[in-house]
Write a protein that binds this ligand. Structure first.
Ligand code: ADP
Length: 447
């Protein structure tokens, strides 16, 4: 099977556009009638549902932002009675109340279908086993992949996140062809396999579907070699539906992820002015859900920075998005210097002894911001050094690690212009949130 839904995935663009236009017209009428938030917002902006004839009119409508979801917590943006929904999810969020989303039976059908399309694009076929190492629970990753896998006819192994011993046992004994998890967890598994001398050839797994947090080509290379897989990107967010908003094709890895735009219409806008940007330019990704019933969102500001472009690929007609470069709100201002966490990641990447798993800790001492970076050392490096205790003072550590301490601090200072305290830590010791995401920034300044 090349496609889960060939008619839609290869639909000529003009036909796809007409379908989007029809769906959008219905959606705005539906929301204007049912959700006071939209009625008020559009009345204030002086736009009537009849002004929206198609997706080209979307820029007339205001954005919906995360704070609108918070202000209408928990169910204020629902377009149907909660009793008519069949599932609720919530995204963890780092502070305050979670963001709640609801699904009708049809929405769960849509969710399952876009995940099934994503699985086929990733190289999955009915009959294959899927080890699902995304967290099950309020996080959309676990159940989202689960339902999509079942719809496709895969045999789903609902192991959930973490529990490395068990993941390795199942990989060896159940012999799944496919695993899905966060990229940082896939790195962890690769390291563990190496540390235990389990060669990737002894496993049956050939595909790893990675998402829920940003990752890079360097991570792809590490996971592909370490696990003997093709590592494919899946992207999504709970507000829009969950994982499966877009997905890479396994044969087109590195060229962007297809957005299932018959359901999720994307725009990229300037992060400061909100103006729509031309195809290919980088900005904030904004989505309108064209078919959801329980909690549709119009022009939802994801805060994710990327670009979108048609590639005129032989395989599918839908638009692609590049990798997420970061979040518009990710930028830290430290002693007046703007800092994106990915800048630190770029420095770490050049040290082959380190994992790209790190955490920045911002605190305030008196009036001064101070910054520390914790970074995980590769297991094989610690093993070769006889497993030194990393909690001791850097001066007492083996030379190789003392050197790393000094060099990393020096390179960060040279390349970013900030002094950062460095702490080397054990692989896997940086906290992961629900779903196994790394918490890359810990900002203690407002505590
Ligand atoms: P939470 O808010 O609890 O983290 P979500 O699953 O809704 O839960 O998080 C969605 C966010 O995760 C996206 O907006 C994006 O920032 C990030 N994300 C998801 N998939 C990817 C991916 N493949 N690449 C980069 N970032 C991703």
């Amino acid at each position: 099977m090349n496609y889960f839904n060939p008619d839609v995935e290869t639909m000529p663009l003009d036909k796809l556009r007409r379908l989007q236009d029809e769906r959008l017209q219905k959606l705005v009428a539906y929301l204007y009638e049912r959700v006071p938030f939209y009625k008020n917002q559009w009345d204030e902006a002086g736009v009537r549902p009849a002004d929206i004839k198609g997706v080209k009119d979307l820029p007339k409508l205001p954005f919906t932002r995360k704070n609108h979801l918070r202000e209408n917590y928990p169910f204020g943006l629902f377009a149907m009675p909660v009793a008519d929904t069949i599932r609720l999810h919530a995204s963890s969020g780092t502070t305050g109340k979670p963001t709640v989303v609801g699904y009708s039976r049809k929405d769960i059908g849509t969710f399952s279908e876009v995940v099934a399309r994503s699985l086929v694009a990733s190289g999955c076929q009915p009959g294959m086993k899927l080890q699902n190492a995304y967290g099950y629970g309020l996080f959309t990753g676990g159940l989202g992949m689960h339902y999509g896998g079942e719809l496709l006819g895969m045999t789903v192994i609902p192991v959930s996140g973490g529990m490395t011993e068990r993941q390795l046992l199942l990989l060896q004994d159940f012999r799944p062809e496919v695993i899905c998890c966060t990229p940082s967890y896939a790195q962890r598994l690769s390291e563990e396999l190496a540390a235990r001398g389990i060669g990737p050839d002894s496993l049956n797994v050939h595909t790893a579907i990675l998402g829920a947090e940003p990752w890079t080509e360097a991570i792809r290379a590490q996971v592909e070699a370490g696990m003997g897989v093709r590592a494919v990107n899946i992207y999504g967010l709970s507000e829009i539906i969950g994982p499966g908003v877009s997905n890479e094709d396994f044969e087109e890895r590195g060229t962007g992820s297809y957005i299932w735009e018959d359901h999720f219409f994307p725009e990229v806008v300037d992060k400061d002015t909100g103006e729509p940007l031309p195809e290919g330019k980088f900005g904030v990704l904004v989505f309108t859900t064209l078919t959801k019933e329980a909690m549709p969102l119009v022009r939802y500001w994801t805060n994710d920075i990327t670009n979108i472009y048609y590639e005129h690929s032989e395989k599918r007609t839908h638009i692609k998005m590049g990798p997420i470069r970061g979040r518009a709100d990710d930028m830290l201002i430290i002693r007046g210097v703007n800092l994106f966490p990915t800048q630190v990641e770029d420095v770490i990447k050049d040290f082959e002894q380190l994992m790209p798993s790190y955490q920045l800790i911002v605190s305030r001492e008196g009036a001064m911001d101070s910054l520390a970076v914790k970074v995980e050392v590769k297991d094989e490096v610690l093993k070769a050094l006889g497993r030194p205790n990393l909690e001791q003072k850097p001066e007492s550590l083996p030379d190789a690690l003392r050197y790393l301490y000094g060099e990393l601090g020096k390179k960060i200072k040279e390349r970013i212009g900030l002094t950062m305290a460095v702490a080397l830590v054990e692989p896997g010791s940086i906290p992961r949130s629900e779903g196994g995401k790394l918490n890359r920034v810990l900002d203690l300044r407002n505590n």
